[in-house]
Design a protein around this ligand. Structure first.
Ligand SMILES: [Zn+2]
Length: 418
């Protein structure tokens, strides 16, 4: 794509009252605020968001998850059945429609999932199933720190349904492992803490906490290699302190701030009991359907990626084959966009571009501005056409981390991933 054709929303200044991470997201032009607790994603931000969503859904598909899409607008009765109408920590947006019926914007979809399968799932043979969706959620929460707590946000929520406790245990572990793979692929530093179930109900749950200074959760975590032990104020072992030994591996604990990026719940029969979702068993009785519920906050993941990877020049994104997150994979940066450099830059752009290459073709930008903007966006690779190219016909490929190599202009395609 050509820079002169795309809507880049990069800018020099951001609101200094925001955290460094939110300021960077705004300077890189990924998000735009629409008022307290409301953000839009720009074209560059939406590219990042879709890349993150793709990784999350790929891992859920791998373990047998099936995508669904439930209405965000819901009527009051299914929330009355579960006992959560007016009881969702006062965070549910409720209103009356033109016919005088009470409705809400769903803050979560446990009720919706039960409603979706009610009358369809009848026998233990129909289970287990794992259903997921990626969509907007609405909660009238107190906004905090940019994308970390907003009134509208994107969530991947998944629900598993089972005829036995053993099946729920197996699938809970399966989803938990998929979460570990997702966060590992994204290169996120995180821990897992057991947690109070609060508004969701059910037997037990665990939170995935990314370590980040701008986080809003106090967390103690293990410094041991490969150990994911974490503990928050909601954990059962609340009195565990920094510098205690890790109960899992014995290494030393430390303390700081974190961001809740995922949460897995064993809900048991909390919802199927109250709404009446039962299935026939093998011995001709019936049993209440067991449920698990599993969430990942997509916007919080983006905030975390920016915070954990950025440097003083701007965003950096994990750049492995299994995690392509950056808004563009390659930038083509000519020293001047004219003459032979322009011709070669255009030719490279024609050969390389499949939608993930950004050609800096704006003649009004200085070379310094081109470099700075490419780094601000966190584009992993630059193809630089300058004096060295004029002398040798070799272009310089520079990574976002400053590693450079020279390759013949004819072999750029093989040497880049786009
Ligand atoms: Zn440990």
């Amino acid at each position: 794509m050509r820079r002169t054709d795309v809507l880049l929303c990069t800018r020099r200044e951001a609101n200094s009252r925001d955290s460094e991470t939110v300021q960077l997201a705004q300077r890189a032009g990924l998000i735009r605020q629409f008022g307290s607790g409301l953000y839009a994603f720009t074209p560059s931000g939406e590219r990042v968001r879709q890349h993150v969503i793709r990784i999350v859904t790929t891992e859920l598909n791998r373990i047998g998850g099936q995508a669904v899409d439930l209405p965000q607008l819901q009527y009051r009765p299914i929330w009355e059945q579960s006992g959560r109408w007016g009881n969702f920590e006062d965070e549910m947006f409720t209103f009356e429609n033109r016919d005088g019926q009470q409705m809400c914007l769903a803050p979560s979809h446990e009720e919706g999932i039960v409603h979706l399968v009610d009358g369809i799932v009848r026998s233990y043979e129909d289970l287990p199933v794992l259903l997921y969706q990626v969509g907007k959620k609405h909660r009238d929460d107190h906004p905090r720190n940019g994308l970390l707590r907003t009134k509208e946000f994107t969530m991947k929520d998944a629900y598993s349904l089972h005829a036995s406790d053993e099946s729920l245990d197996t699938w809970y572990e399966r989803v938990r492992s998929a979460y570990v793979r997702i966060f590992d692929r994204l290169g996120i530093e995180f821990v897992v803490a057991d947690a109070d179930n609060s508004v969701m109900g059910g037997a037990n749950s665990e939170e995935f906490i990314a370590l980040a200074d701008s986080g809003t959760v106090d967390v103690r975590w293990c410094t041991g290699d490969e150990c994911l032990f974490g503990s928050t104020d909601e954990s059962k072992e609340q009195d565990i302190a920094a510098f205690d030994s890790c109960p899992d591996c014995g290494a030393q604990l430390t303390a700081g701030e974190g961001i809740e990026i995922g949460h897995v719940f064993k809900l048991g029969t909390r919802y199927s009991d109250s709404i009446g979702l039962h299935v026939d068993t093998a011995d001709e009785t019936t049993t209440a359907v067991r449920m698990g519920s599993y969430g990942i906050g997509i916007d919080r993941l983006i905030h975390t990626l920016i915070e954990q990877h950025a440097d003083e020049s701007g965003c950096r994104w994990p750049a492995s084959e299994t995690a392509r997150i950056a808004p563009f994979e390659v930038s083509i940066i000519p020293l001047d966009y004219e003459g032979d450099l322009k011709d070669t830059a255009d030719e490279l752009h024609r050969t390389l571009d499949s939608g993930s290459v950004l050609l800096f073709d704006d003649a009004t930008q200085t070379i310094g501005e081109r470099f700075a903007e490419s780094d601000l966006l966190g584009i992993p690779q630059k193809v630089v056409l300058g004096n060295h190219f004029r002398e040798t016909n070799e272009v310089e490929i520079e990574t976002r981390d400053g590693e450079t190599r020279f390759v013949d202009v004819g072999s750029v395609t093989e040497r880049l991933r786009t």
